[in-house]
Design a protein around this ligand. Sequence first.
Ligand SMILES: [Zn+2]
Length: 243
Amino acid sequence: MLSITKLEKCPCCSSENIVKNGFTKGGNQRVLCYDCLKSRVLHRKFSYDFDFEAVRRSFLERMSLCGVTRVFLISYYQVYKELNLCFLLMPNFKTQVAKKQQVGDTLEFDELCGFCQKKKNKQWIWAAISRNTRQIVAYVIGDRSEITFRRLIRKIPIEYLKSQSYSDYWKSYAILKVKGNHEQVGKESGQTNHIERYWATLRARITRYVRKSLSFSRKLRYHHLVTKLFIIDYNQNCLSTLF
Ligand SMILES: [Zn+2]
């Protein structure tokens, strides 16, 4: 069998006296030349030109971060960098919630379990969904205590607080009884169907919420970020079907 060995040369002085010298921040192999003492990248594995909108859409269709780097041939560093940029440019959550459909609307409350880094580090996502618009009017991520639920209530727009609401029998929801128009019901009543269906969509679309899979959030920051990315995108889609 004939094999051809191609000798790599230093791009600066054309010397063959070069060795591998770690990786760049972007994941490309770096080489060091012993003659001119310069370190360079010979062959770029990861490109710098990509369509971030396509990357953003793939995050919302159950693709993991590893999957994104393999499909678009971009490094982890770039994905994190672009995600952070996307987070800065994201529209304000409150501006994406419909203002016109608030009279006679019904709210459904529920919480869903997720985790960050290990199963013991549970991150509960609490949300209130509007039955008329199917939008998430407020959400928070935290533990399963009453304190987190109070944080959620503070985030709900004041007009929605007057409307009828339903939740399951979890003890934290009992504080809403003073409001007068809140009912704690079982799943069989069908009054929390919309929020339960929403969780099914979230679990199907975001890889880190898929049960019994290897995907999970390593950093809490990106757990929050990808969740917000999904909720805002979903709210925008609901908004576009309304008007
Ligand atoms: Zn050189």
